[in-house]
Design a protein around this ligand. Structure first.
Ligand code: KG4
Ligand code: ZN
Length: 379
């Protein structure tokens, strides 16, 4: 991936992500008049994003406006700031996405948008924008589940990947083991009982003084540390072997930090980061591999912000290879929030006939799996 970056006056980072010539794989042999071009919009957290995606897997443009620097001083995302910045940045992102793709709104077959889960005020900006474009152009409107988008990021660079497969979804708010039975059909076989994996990364990073955003900072620090310096607990849930729990691990790291402070010992950030990361990654990988073997799948994908973690990618690759499982993962920039993944998921919804009305609303706690789908025209 080639990433063109520009830091704007307000600290927001504007990115245009361009696939390398052949990184999207061979183009699908779809006749031009069957082709479906979708404008996709994402604003569920602190990234304002717009993309144009053809036939679900060919990304014509992928624009991300990241507010991360604005939230860093507060140690986490401030919802009100996020919503206001989405309002400021949304039109510019959409214009850039259309321009980069070399299309106008006339060439678009549908408008897709993340309508949940996420921060309600942030989601509403994207939802209102998508509804306005659908109303003004008369094009169909498709509501996309944010996590289904993350899973679908795998389709972009892996033209051969088709359901069924197992997917480990690990983001800031979700840790799920899912069987992707078909496009848009998900069976949850495991989930977290407390913190999401990304949340654990963020909390531990704050505790050891690395700051926000925790995941990438722990990932970087862990490269300099000894993963065997400490043995932190890896929870197994009796009777729910695919579920996760990260709160005990987090408490154990916090206890260690407090003890070290009381004893006047200097904290080795890199060793704590590496040992913590190892504990999280080993649980994630062992659960995912076990699920593939017991459910009989030989394809495993990863998705969500934590899927960009170097340690997770390396161990998963190694374990998949030694267990005869084909491993799929998006490029790191497609693991974190973006609109190309929303366009990929939306294509398969579009093909199923999903059409939302202009009464679409943001659903902050939209469940994965069994969710209502609309099949009526938008006006
Ligand atoms: O998927 P995402 O961008 O947003 C949500 O849908 O939540 O995930 C964000 C989460 C954050 O908790 C962040 O710390 C974590 O993903 N993350 C990482 C890495 N990059 C982002 N965690 C571990 N290692 C990384 N390299
Ligand atoms: Zn996300």
């Amino acid at each position: 991936m080639n990433i063109e970056k520009n830091v704007e006056d307000d600290g927001v980072i504007f990115m245009s992500i361009k696939p390398e010539e052949d990184s999207q794989g061979a183009k699908e042999p779809v006749a031009e008049n069957d082709s479906v071009t979708i404008l996709a919009i994402e604003s569920s957290c602190d990234e304002t994003a717009a993309a144009v995606v053809k036939n679900g897997r060919e990304v014509l443009s992928n624009i991300i406006s990241s507010q991360i620097a604005l939230h860093t001083i507060y140690g986490g995302v401030v919802p009100e700031i996020a919503s206001r910045k989405h309002v400021e940045k949304m039109n510019g992102c959409i214009r850039a996405a259309l321009k980069e793709a070399g299309v106008t709104l006339k060439d678009i077959d549908a408008v897709a948008v993340t309508y949940g889960p996420g921060l309600v005020g942030a989601l509403l900006v994207g939802v209102s924008e998508a509804k306005a474009i659908a109303f003004a152009t008369g094009k169909p409107l498709i509501g996309v589940h944010h996590i289904e988008g993350h899973i679908s990021a795998n389709f972009i660079e892996n033209k051969d990947l088709e359901p069924p497969f197992v997917c480990l979804v690990v983001s800031g708010g979700h840790s799920h083991l899912v069987v992707v039975k078909d496009y848009g059909e998900y069976e949850i076989i495991g989930q977290t009982r407390d913190d999401a994996a990304g949340e654990a990364f963020d909390k531990v990073a704050r505790a050891i003084g690395l700051g926000y955003p925790g995941g990438p900072k722990i990932d970087k620090a862990a490269k300099e540390g000894n993963p065997d310096a400490f043995t932190f607990p890896q929870a197994q849930i009796p009777d729910a072997e695919y579920d996760f729990s990260f709160s005990g691990l987090k408490s154990s790291v916090l206890n260690y930090i407090n003890q070290a402070k009381m004893q006047g010992q200097e904290l080795d950030q890199a060793d704590v980061a590496a040992s913590f990361q190892k504990a999280v990654v080993e649980v994630l990988v062992s659960h995912a591999i076990k699920a593939c073997k017991e459910y009989g799948y030989d394809k495993l994908a990863i998705a969500g912000g934590v899927a960009s973690n170097t340690g997770l990618r390396e161990l998963m690759e190694k374990e998949c290879a030694s267990n005869g499982i084909r491993f799929y993962r998006p490029s790191p920039v497609l693991c974190t929030d973006n609109a190309a993944m929303i366009g990929a998921a939306a294509y398969y919804e579009y093909k199923k006939g999903v059409r939302f009305g202009l009464d679409m609303n943001a659903v902050p706690n939209l469940p994965l799996g069994d969710r209502e789908r609309r099949f009526h025209a938008n006006h």
